[in-house]
Design a protein around this ligand. Structure first.
Ligand SMILES: [Zn+2]
Length: 139
């Protein structure tokens, strides 16, 4: 395929593949719950889907959502956004807060921020359906 796929690996995982990754992730870290990296709602152990930043970037839907949030131009703290730094680490919480808050950044900057995420994204069932419809449509 194109340069994008050469650089970032491959096409989107299937829903099942993203699920299996999440299961491995839960086993590895021994947590009993965590928060969705998109909406910050609680995800119970062994639930949710794990996506890499390159895969998150393939969702125009999610990028549009971030741009919309920025357009609102409201600066909010990580706490008020429901992002708990103790669950995902302060660095990631700060990055996500920046993405959602950055009133001046454009689409390119949203993409750059997402790209800079080196840890995988835990995504809840609702967010998978809403923001990653292509993945949700697979089995
Ligand atoms: Zn969610």
């Amino acid at each position: 395929m194109g340069l994008w796929q050469t650089l970032f690996g491959s096409k989107n995982p299937s829903k099942q593949q993203a699920r299996e990754r999440a299961l491995a992730w839960w086993q590895q870290n021994g947590k009993t719950s965590a928060k969705c990296d998109i909406c910050a709602n609680e995800v119970s152990a062994n639930e949710g889907y794990l996506l890499h930043s390159a895969e998150v970037l393939q969702s125009d839907n999610y990028i549009d959502f971030c741009c919309q949030k920025m357009a609102e131009g409201v600066t909010r703290s990580a706490g008020s956004l429901g992002i708990d730094p103790t669950v995902f680490g302060a660095a990631k919480a700060a990055e996500i807060t920046l993405i959602l808050n950055s009133a001046v950044a454009g689409r390119d900057q949203v993409i750059a921020k997402i790209k800079s995420q080196t840890t995988p994204w835990l995504v809840c069932e609702t967010c998978l359906s809403r923001r990653f419809p292509k993945i949700a449509a697979t089995v």
